[in-house]
Design a binder for this molecule. Sequence first.
Ligand SMILES: [Zn+2]
Ligand SMILES: [Zn+2]
Length: 142
Amino acid sequence: MSEAVQHGRCLCGAVTVSGRLGQDMSACFCTMCTRWSGTVQMGIDAPADTVVVNGPVKTYRSSPFSERAWCDTCGSALWLRDDGGDYEFVPGLFENAGGGRLTRIVYADRKPGGWDFADVPVRITAAEYEKKHPFIPEGEMP
Ligand SMILES: [Zn+2]
Ligand SMILES: [Zn+2]
């Protein structure tokens, strides 16, 4: 865990964010993340008590326990967050993705062909993930 607070911003600069980022990035290929991000959602954690956000943020309640946020001016994705949990920032808000390294793929068995990610050590299938975490079955998505 890096100790320094890092500063990031959306594409247009209207939203600025800061927080103490972790060093591990995760990628998720679940159906919601795929739809929201375009293909793969990547995230880098920051504890909520280190996070400061300014600007025109909009949020979407993507499940009963989580929200996804974006800049209302340029549409840049900002974060995914479970209620009361850490922020999972979009790494691209930060210079050099906050210095993070991709170490984990969730819903790894759902990734489309051509995405190698050969050097990512942790691969978690949909079934493994859903055994331990809350999720929304595809037919019940908002
Ligand atoms: Zn913006
Ligand atoms: Zn996901």
